[in-house]
Design a protein around this ligand. Structure first.
Ligand code: NAD
Length: 475
C-alpha cells in the first residue's frame, strides 16, 4: 500500500515546513492529514531546483520523456483505488466520480506520452524564393501550474503531462482543500523516473503570497491556471509585467438547450450527467436549462424525479451516487444562490434528501426562472438546476450567448443536423450535442470570452508549453 505524502515535494525530496495545515474530509468533518504549508522560501527553492534541472530535462530525448510519462500512466492506474480514495476523502465526491477521475487523469500521461514524439516543425521555401523558412519548437521554460479543488487529479495531470512532454520543469500549486492527491501524483512522477527537481509540489494556505514570489522570479516563464475567472484575471494582470506565457482555464456557465422535438427521456438522461457529474461542482456542469415551452413541464417533472432517485452520502460507500460538497462554505454559497433564485420568483423543488451531517446538499430544481436573474448569471457549482422556458430558437441561442463566459454549451435536439447547426451558433469553446460529457484528453479543452485562453489536451495541449522558433536560412 502506498503511503500518503504530506510534505512538500522539492528536488525529488519530501520537505517539512514549520507550519502545517489541516485537510478535512467534508463527508465526516474529520481531519485526515496535516500538510506542509509552503511559503516564499520554498517557492524560491522549487524554482531554483527547476532551473538547475531545465537544461538536462529539455535535452532528454522525446522517446525518453514518452517512456517516463507512460510509466506514470501505468503507475497511476495500478494505484487507482488509492488515488480515488484520496480524492473521495479530501474532496468529498462520490466513489464513481473519483475513480473515473483517476482514469481520466492518468490518460493525460498516456496521451502526452504519445504526443511528445510527434511534435512537428516546418521546412519550406519562402513565397519570394529568397530563403528557407525553418520552424522548430522548444520548451518555454519553467512552468508554474495552479489547480482547483474540484478535479484534484485531472486538473494537475492535464497541465503536468503536456509541460513534461514539452521538456518544461514544473512547480505545481494545488488548492489547499485538496493537496493530498497532488502530492501523490508528484510522487507517482518521481517513481516513474522524472528526474529530481523537474517537478515540485507546493501546497499552501497563502496562494497569493506564494504566487507573487514565483511570478516575480525571472526564471519562471509560463503560468498555467485553472480556477475561477476572478482569480484568473488577477493572475493575468500579475503575469503581465514579465509578459509570461499564460494558459487560463476559467469559470463556466454552461447553457443546456432542449430543442423542440427532443425526446424528454433522452434529454433527462443527458441532463443527469451534464448536471450531476462531480455533484455539480464542475466548470463544465450544465448551469442553466433552456427548454422549449412544449417540453418544459414534462422535462422539469422527469428531471426532478430522476434527481430524487440519486443516493447521496459519503463517497467511500460505493452505493452512493453523489458525495459531499468540498466545504461548508461552498455548500452555503449554493444554498444562498437558491434563496436568491426563489426571491426572484423561481419555484424551488428539493429532489430527494441528503444526510444532515457533513456538507451534503440535495439537488434543487428551480422552475419559472427568468433569463437574466441570479441563477442564470452565476456559475452555481452545485446540484441546482434552474429551468427557463423558451418559444423561439433564436431567443434561446441569444440567451445562451448572453453571458460574459463561454466554456461549454449543451444542445439536445431530436434532429442531429439541427443540433449541429445550433452548436455552431453558440459562443463557447466546446459544445456537447446530444451528450452529457465532452472531456477527453485527445480533444482540445478550453473556453472563449472570460472562460479563458489556450487549450488543454488534444494536439494543441503540448503547444501551450512550447514556443515556435523561426529560422530564416540561405541554404
Ligand atoms: P479558485 O479560483 O478559487 O482557486 C483556484 C486555484 O487558485 C487554487 O489553487 C487556489 O488556491 C488558487 N488561488 C486562489 N486565490 C489565489 C490568488 N489570489 N493568487 C494565486 N492563486 C490563488 O477556484 P476554485 O474555487 O478552486 O475552483 C472553482 C473554479 O474553477 C470555478 O470557477 C470553475 O469553473 C473553475 N474551473 C475551471 C476549469 C476549466 O477547465 N475551465 C476546470 C475546473 C474548474
Amino acid at each position: 500500500m502506498t503511503t500518503v505524502p504530506t510534505d512538500l515535494l522539492v528536488a525529488g525530496q519530501p520537505v517539512e515546513t514549520a507550519d502545517r495545515f489541516e485537510v478535512v474530509d467534508p463527508a465526516t468533518l474529520e481531519v485526515i492529514a496535516e500538510v506542509a504549508d509552503a511559503g516564499p522560501r520554498d517557492a524560491a527553492a522549487a524554482v531554483e531546483t527547476a532551473g538547475s534541472a531545465f537544461a538536462s530535462w529539455a535535452a532528454t530525448s522525446p522517446r525518453q520523456r514518452s517512456l517516463i510519462l507512460s510509466e506514470a500512466h501505468r503507475l497511476m492506474l495500478d494505484e487507482a483505488e488509492h488515488g480515488a480514495r484520496l480524492i473521495v476523502r479530501e474532496n468529498g465526491k462520490a466513489w464513481s466520480d473519483a475513480y473515473g477521475e483517476i482514469v481520466y487523469a492518468a490518460e493525460f500521461f498516456r496521451w502526452f506520452a504519445e504526443e511528445t514524439v510527434r511534435v512537428r516543425g516546418d521546412f519550406r521555401s519562402a513565397p519570394a524564393g529568397d530563403k528557407t523558412i525553418i520552424v522548430d519548437h522548444r520548451p518555454v521554460g519553467i512552468a508554474y501550474l495552479v489547480t482547483p479543488w474540484n478535479f484534484p487529479a485531472a486538473m494537475a495531470t492535464r497541465k503536468l503531462a503536456p509541460a513534461l512532454a514539452a521538456g518544461c520543469p514544473c512547480v505545481l500549486k494545488p488548492a489547499a482543500e485538496t493537496p493530498l492527491t497532488a502530492l501523490w501524483i508528484g510522487d507517482v512522477l518521481r517513481r516513474a523516473g522524472v528526474p529530481d527537481g523537474v517537478v515540485s509540489v507546493l501546497p499552501t494556505t497563502d496562494p497569493a503570497r506564494l504566487t507573487t514570489a514565483i511570478l516575480a522570479d525571472p526564471r519562471v516563464t509560463a503560468l498555467s491556471f485553472t480556477g475561477s475567472t476572478g482569480v484568473g484575471t488577477a493572475l493575468l494582470a500579475a503575469a503581465a509585467p514579465r509578459v509570461l506565457r499564460t494558459s487560463m482555464e476559467l469559470g463556466g456557465n454552461a447553457p443546456f438547450l432542449v430543442l423542440e422535438g427532443t425526446d424528454v427521456e433522452e434529454a433527462v438522461e443527458v441532463a443527469m450527467v451534464a448536471k450531476m457529474r462531480n455533484g455539480g461542482s464542475a466548470c463544465t456542469a450544465a448551469n442553466r436549462f433552456y427548454v422549449h415551452a412544449s417540453l418544459a413541464g414534462p422535462f422539469a417533472r422527469a428531471f426532478t424525479e430522476a434527481l430524487g432517485r440519486l443516493r447521496i452520502g459519503p463517497g467511500l460507500d460505493t452505493s452512493h451516487d453523489v458525495g459531499a460538497m468540498v466545504s461548508a462554505a461552498e455548500r452555503d454559497k449554493v444554498r444562498e444562490l437558491v434563496e436568491r433564485g426563489a426571491a426572484e420568483g423561481g419555484s424551488v423543488t428539493v429532489a430527494g434528501s441528503a444526510p444532515e451531517s457533513g456538507t451534503f446538499l440535495a439537488p434543487h430544481v428551480v422552475t419559472g426562472v427568468e433569463h437574466g436573474g441570479t441563477l442564470t448569471r452565476t456559475e452555481i457549482f452545485g446540484p441546482v438546476a434552474p429551468i427557463v422556458s423558451f418559444e423561439d430558437l433564436d431567443d434561446a441561442v441569444a440567451m445562451a450567448n448572453d453571458v460574459p463566459v463561454g466554456l461549454l454549451s449543451y444542445v439536445l435536439a431530436g434532429d442531429p443536423g439541427t443540433g449541429l447547426r445550433v452548436a455552431r451558433r453558440l459562443e463557447s469553446g466546446m459544445v456537447a450535442v446530444n451528450r452529457g460529457v465532452v472531456s477527453d484528453p485527445a480533444a482540445p479543452f478550453g473556453g472563449v470570452k472570460e472562460s479563458g485562453l489556450g487549450r488543454e489536451g488534444g494536439f494543441e495541449g503540448i503547444h501551450e508549453f512550447l514556443e515556435s522558433r523561426y529560422i530564416a536560412a540561405d541554404l
